[in-house]
Design a protein around this ligand. Structure first.
Ligand SMILES: *[C@@H]1O[C@H](CO)[C@@H](O)[C@H](O)[C@H]1NC(C)=O
Ligand SMILES: *[C@@H]1O[C@H](CO)[C@@H](O)[C@H](O)[C@H]1NC(C)=O
Ligand SMILES: *[C@@H]1O[C@H](CO)[C@@H](O)[C@H](O)[C@H]1NC(C)=O
Ligand SMILES: *[C@@H]1O[C@H](CO)[C@@H](O)[C@H](O)[C@H]1NC(C)=O
Ligand SMILES: *[C@@H]1O[C@H](CO)[C@@H](O)[C@H](O)[C@H]1NC(C)=O
Ligand SMILES: *[C@@H]1O[C@H](CO)[C@@H](O)[C@H](O)[C@H]1NC(C)=O
Length: 872
C-alpha cells in the first residue's frame, strides 16, 4: 500500500520557466496502489529567494487539481521553489514530500528594458523569399555570473546561440499564433552559456509563418501575412553574484548579415551553402572578425503588433529519429529512401564530398509508379539542398522548414558514407507529454492506432493542422473538432489547446466582433478575405469547435479556470456567430462543409455529401446547445444552463418540422443522419427504437462499410453502441475493404488519410487535388476504441471518476488501455478465454471508478488494483 506524488505542476506548464501567470494554480498527480485512498488535506511549502526558510501552507481540501496559489502573487522574473504533500482521510497514510519544483515568471510586467525589435538595414525584395538573417552582438562582463535568462521572439522563426552554443532545444520557435493579436516569447536559462569576460550572442531568423509563403488559394501564392521583414527581439538579463545586474537588449548596436542558410521556407524547403561557414566560424562567439563578410547595421522596427505573451503550449522540439528502412533505385533511375513511416520533420545528413557539390533532397508521402508522388504536395516544393564545403565530414539538417514524408529522393549523394549511415529522419512536433496507450490482440487494429498517433504527431506542430505536407498546413477547425477527444487521450494537450483557443477567441472578434469562428485558426489571410470563399460566413462543425473542444478539454482536464476562459467563445458562437433562420436553426443560405468527404462524395466535390449539409449543421447546433447548457451549469450559471436547455428543446421542435417526417424518418436515410440524430438525443422516445434499427440496417445494407464523412465519423461508433449495435460497429471497424479504417492499414498506410481512399485499391494516388496521407480527422474513431475496446473514459471532468466499460468483440481476445489522468495512471486490461472474461483495473489515488462488466454488473470502486472474472 503506497501513495506518493509523482508530479507537481503549475497551470498547464510542463516546465514552469517564464510563465505568464502571477498566481499559478498548483496540481499534483499520484503514484502508488493504495486502496480507496482519498485526500483530505495538503501542505505546500514555498521557498522564495527573500525567505531564509520555506513557508508552510496547510489546507484542508480534497482538491489535488488547480488549487489556488496560497501566497503573495509572483513578481516579474521571480523564481520560487515549491513542494507538496497530501494527507489521506483519517486512518490513511500521507504522502512523503514531493521533490522541490521551480516556478518562475517571465516578463509579466511587460518590461523589456531597452529591447526593441530589429531588422537588417539592407535592401531586399519583400515579394520574394527573404534570406534568413544572422544577428550578432559582442559584450563583456567583469563580475561572476549568478544567473541569466534570455527572453526572445522573432518576426519569423528563430534560433539563438550564446558563445557558440545553441540556447535551448526549441525548433520553429516561437511557433504560430495570431501574431497581430499575441506574439509568444520564450524564456531560456542561459546561466551556463555565459562567462565572466567577453561574450557574444547570435540569433538566426527565417521567415517562418510570419512573413513567409503561407496558404495558396487556387494556386495564388501568398506571403507576408503578418509583416514583410524578418526581425528579432530579445533581452538577455544577467544577475551577478555580487547582486548587480546587466541587460543585453536587441538594439541598433547589433550587426546583421546573411549566411549559409540561403533560403528557408516552410513549404518550399531550405537551401544551405556550407562554403559560407568559413566566414561564419565563431560568429556567435566573442572575438569574431566581422570583416570577412559584409555585416551591416540594423534598424529599429516599430513595436510588434501583437501583445508579447509567454507561451501556454510546450515548444516544438526534435522528438525522435528514424533510420532508412531501405534505399533503392526508382524506375527512372532516382535514388529513393523509404523510412517505413510517414512522418513530419526533415533529414539530417552526415556526408563529405568535393567543395561546391550539391545534394538535392525531395520529400513525399507515397510513391506512384515507383517514383515520388509530388502532385499531392501541390505547390509546396519540399525541396532542400546542401552545398558541401569540401573540408571532410560534415553534419547538416535544415532548421526553419519541415516536410511530411515517408520517402525521400536524394540526388547527388557523393561516394563515401553510405546513405543508410549518412541520412536520418528527424521527427518534430509540439513536445506534449504522452499520456495514452492502447494495445490489443489484433495487429491490424494496433497498426491503425499507431497510425492515429503518428497523424497526431505530424499535425500538432505548434497549431493543430489538417495536413503537414502540402501548401496548406492550416489550423482547420473542423478537423480538430473531430479529433479533439482522441488527442486528449493520447497526449496532454491542455497547454497546446489553451494557446490555440486564445487564437480562436481572437479570430472571432477580429472582424467587427461578429463572433464567427473562421474555418481555419489562425485565419489566412489574417482577418479573412471574402473573395477566398471561406473567409465570409459561419459554418457548423468547423465553427462548433468553439463549443465542442472546450467541452472536451474540460472533461479531460477538469480545469474550471480554463472552462470559464473558453466558455465565452462557446457562448458567443452560439449566441452571435451562427447565422440562423427564423426557426432558430441554421440559415439555409449559408455555405456548409457538412459531412465533408463522405465516401460517396465525388473526389473533387467533397461537400456533395449524401446527407443534406443543413441537416447535419442543425443536428450539431442541437448538440452544441446541450454542451453549452452543461458548461453553464458547471460554472454555477444554472439559469443560463436552463435557458440553453429550453432553446435546445425549441431547436428539436424546429428540427422535426424541417427534417423528420411523421413516421420519425430522417429526410436523408444515411448513416450520418441517423448517427447524429441518435448521438445528439434528437429522436423522441416514440421514434427512438425505429431510429436505432434503421441505423443498424443502414450499416448492414452497406456491407458494414463506413458511410460517413467529417460530421458523422467521430460519432458513428457511439451512436451504434447506443443503438445496441456494438457488434455491428466491431464489424465496421474490422473491415479491410475500402471504405474502412483498416483499408488504410492493409494498403500499408502508417498515418491516417484525408480521404477514405487517398490511395485507390489499385495502388494509384487518388486523383483529387486534396489527397493527403496525413490527416487526423478520420482517426477520431480511436476515441471509441479507447472507450469500448480499451474500456476507459472520464465519468466526471478531469477523470475524478473513471468509467471502465470494456466491451469485447470483433474477435479480439485481449486489450489494454492506459491513461495518465490528472490524478495518475489509470489502466484497464482484459482477456477472454475458455474460462470467461477477466479484467484488471488500476485507479490512481484520490479518484474513483465505475466498472461495468460485459454481463451487466456494475460496481463503484476507489483507488487501487481491482480484478474481475465473469465465467464463460
Ligand atoms: C503496492 O505496492 C507496493 C510497493 O510498490 C507492493 O509492495 C504491494 O504489494 C502493492 N500492493 C498491492 C495491493 O498491489
Ligand atoms: C483541518 O482539519 C483538522 C482536522 O479536522 C483541524 O484540526 C484543522 O484545524 C483544520 N485546519 C484548517 C486550516 O482548517
Ligand atoms: C521581387 O520578387 C518578385 C517575386 O519573385 C518578382 O516578381 C519581382 O520581379 C522582384 N522585384 C525585383 C525588383 O526584383
Ligand atoms: C570591465 O573592466 C574593464 C577593465 O577594468 C573596463 O574597461 C570595462 O569597462 C569593464 N566592463 C564592464 C562591462 O563593466
Ligand atoms: C437529403 O434530403 C434533402 C431534403 O429532403 C433532399 O433535398 C436531398 O435530395 C436529400 N439528399 C439525398 C442525397 O438524397
Ligand atoms: C504493402 O507492403 C507489402 C510488403 O512490403 C507489399 O508486398 C505490398 O505490395 C504492399 N501493398 C501495397 C498496396 O502497397
Amino acid at each position: 500500500m503506497s501513495v506518493s506524488l509523482s508530479r507537481v505542476s503549475f497551470e498547464h506548464h510542463r516546465v514552469a520557466l517564464g510563465i505568464g501567470e502571477s498566481s499559478p494554480r498548483i496540481s499534483w498527480r499520484f503514484d502508488g496502489n493504495a486502496t480507496d485512498w482519498e485526500q483530505s488535506a495538503y501542505d505546500l511549502e514555498m521557498y522564495r529567494s527573500a525567505d531564509t526558510e520555506p513557508v508552510l501552507y496547510s489546507v484542508n481540501s480534497t482538491e489535488s487539481l488547480y488549487v489556488p496559489w496560497p501566497a503573495e502573487p509572483l513578481k516579474a522574473r521571480e523564481r520560487v521553489q515549491v513542494r507538496a504533500r497530501a494527507h489521506g482521510k483519517s486512518g490513511q497514510s500521507s504522502t512523503p514530500w514531493s521533490d522541490w519544483v521551480a516556478v518562475e515568471t517571465g516578463l509579466i510586467d511587460n518590461n523589456w528594458g531597452e529591447a526593441v525589435p530589429i531588422a537588417a538595414d539592407r535592401p531586399f525584395n519583400a515579394s520574394a523569399p527573404k534570406e534568413p538573417i544572422y544577428f550578432r552582438k559582442s559584450f563583456s562582463f567583469n563580475s561572476t555570473i549568478q544567473s541569466a535568462r534570455l527572453y526572445i521572439t522573432a518576426l519569423g522563426v528563430y534560433e539563438a546561440e550564446l558563445n557558440g552554443e545553441m540556447v535551448g532545444d526549441h525548433v520553429m520557435a516561437p511557433g504560430f499564433q495570431t501574431y497581430n493579436n499575441r506574439h509568444v516569447y520564450d524564456t531560456y536559462d542561459a546561466t551556463n552559456l555565459l562567462q565572466s569576460g567577453d561574450n557574444a550572442i547570435g540569433i538566426t531568423v527565417a521567415e517562418g509563418w510570419f512573413s513567409g509563403r503561407l496558404w495558396s488559394f487556387e494556386g495564388v501564392r501568398s506571403r507576408n501575412f503578418y509583416g514583410d521583414t524578418v526581425g528579432a527581439l530579445s533581452l538577455l538579463a544577467v544577475t551577478f553574484k555580487d547582486g548587480s545586474t546587466a541587460e543585453i537588449p536587441t538594439d541598433v548596436s547589433w550587426h546583421a548579415s546573411t549566411g549559409p542558410i540561403r533560403d528557408s521556407q516552410i513549404y518550399d524547403g531550405e537551401k544551405y551553402d556550407s562554403r559560407l561557414e568559413a566566414q561564419f566560424d565563431g560568429w556567435s562567439s566573442p572575438g569574431f572578425d566581422e570583416s570577412e563578410r559584409d555585416w551591416v547595421s540594423v534598424k529599429q522596427l516599430p513595436p510588434l503588433r501583437g501583445e508579447l505573451v509567454s507561451p501556454d503550449s510546450p515548444p516544438v522540439r526534435r522528438m525522435e529519429e528514424v533510420k532508412p528502412q531501405s534505399v533503392f533505385t526508382s524506375p527512372s533511375g532516382e535514388t529513393l529512401i523509404d523510412f517505413g513511416q510517414n512522418l513530419v520533420g526533415w533529414l539530417r545528413l552526415t556526408v563529405s564530398g568535393p567543395e561546391g557539390h550539391v545534394i538535392h533532397l525531395r520529400h513525399a508521402e507515397v510513391l506512384e509508379d515507383g517514383e515520388l508522388a509530388l502532385r499531392p504536395l501541390r505547390t509546396a516544393e519540399a525541396y532542400d539542398t546542401l552545398t558541401l564545403h569540401g573540408n571532410g565530414l560534415q553534419t547538416w539538417e535544415p532548421r526553419f522548414t519541415f516536410h511530411g514524408f515517408r520517402y525521400a529522393q536524394v540526388r547527388g549523394w557523393p561516394e563515401g558514407v553510405s546513405i543508410e549511415d549518412g541520412i536520418t529522419a528527424v521527427v518534430t512536433h509540439t513536445d506534449m507529454e504522452e499520456t495514452g496507450w492502447f494495445e490489443c490482440s489484433n495487429p491490424l487494429l494496433n497498426q491503425f492506432h499507431s497510425n492515429v498517433r503518428w497523424s497526431m504527431k505530424g499535425n500538432f506542430l505548434s497549431i493543430p493542422t489538417d495536413c503537414p505536407q502540402r501548401d496548406e498546413r492550416a489550423g482547420w477547425t473542423g478537423d480538430v473538432h473531430a479529433f479533439g477527444p482522441t488527442s486528449n487521450f493520447l497526449y496532454d494537450t491542455a497547454g497546446f489547446y489553451r494557446s490555440w483557443h486564445r487564437d480562436v477567441e481572437f479570430e472571432m472578434r477580429a472582424r467587427d466582433d461578429d463572433m464567427i469562428v473562421p474555418p481555419i485558426v489562425p485565419m489566412l489571410p489574417p482577418g479573412g478575405a471574402p473573395e477566398n470563399g471561406f473567409g465570409g460566413g459561419p459554418t457548423a462543425i468547423w465553427g462548433d469547435v468553439a463549443v465542442g473542444n472546450p467541452y472536451n478539454i474540460w472533461q479531460t482536464f477538469g480545469d474550471p479556470g480554463m472552462l470559464e476562459e473558453q466558455f465565452a467563445q462557446a457562448q458567443n458562437w452560439i449566441d452571435k456567430g451562427i447565422r440562423r433562420a427564423e426557426n432558430g436553426l441554421w440559415d439555409r443560405s449559408t455555405f456548409q462543409f457538412g459531412d465533408w468527404l463522405d465516401p460517396v462524395a465525388p473526389p473533387d466535390s467533397p461537400e456533395q455529401a449524401t446527407t443534406h449539409p443543413h441537416l447535419v449543421s442543425d443536428t450539431y447546433l442541437i448538440g452544441m446547445t446541450a454542451l453549452l447548457a452543461e458548461m453553464a451549469d458547471a460554472l454555477g450559471q444554472r439559469c443560463l444552463g436552463q435557458t440553453y436547455r429550453q432553446r435546445r428543446q425549441e431547436h428539436i421542435q424546429a428540427f422535426y418540422d424541417a427534417w423528420i417526417d411523421e413516421d420519425g424518418e430522417m429526410a436523408n436515410r444515411t448513416q450520418t443522419a441517423y448517427t447524429l440524430g441518435i448521438f445528439f438525443d434528437i429522436f423522441v422516445e416514440e421514434f427512438l427504437d425505429s431510429a436505432k434499427s434503421t441505423l443498424r440496417e443502414l450499416v448492414a445494407e452497406n456491407d458494414y462499410a463506413v458511410g460517413t464523412g467529417f460530421a458523422g465519423t467521430q460519432h458513428l461508433g457511439f451512436a451504434l453502441s447506443r443503438a445496441d449495435g456494438i457488434e455491428e460497429f466491431y464489424r465496421m471497424l474490422m473491415r479491410t475493404e475500402v471504405p474502412s479504417w483498416l483499408y488504410q492499414v492493409v494498403m500499408n498506410g502508417t498515418t491516417t488519410w484525408e480521404r477514405w481512399d487517398s490511395l485507390l485499391p489499385n495502388g494509384d494516388v487518388n486523383p483529387g487535388s486534396m489527397t493527403s496521407f496525413n490527416h487526423y480527422a478520420f482517426g477520431s474513431v480511436a476515441n471509441w476504441i479507447h472507450q469500448y475496446v480499451g474500456g476507459l473514459s472520464p465519468a466526471e471532468p478531469g477523470w475524478k471518476t473513471v468509467f471502465v466499460t470494456p466491451v469485447p468483440g470483433g474477435g479480439i481476445d485481449h486489450a489494454e488501455a492506459t491513461f495518465v489522468s490528472p490524478y495518475g495512471r489509470v489502466t484497464s486490461s482484459w482477456t477472454v478465454d475458455g474460462q470467461g472474461f477477466h479484467l484488471k483495473v488500476s485507479i490512481p489515488p484520490n479518484s474513483r471508478a465505475i466498472v461495468s462488466l460485459p454481463n451487466g454488473e456494475e460496481e463503484e470502486v476507489g483507488s487501487g488494483h481491482h480484478e474481475y472474472h465473469v465465467p464463460a
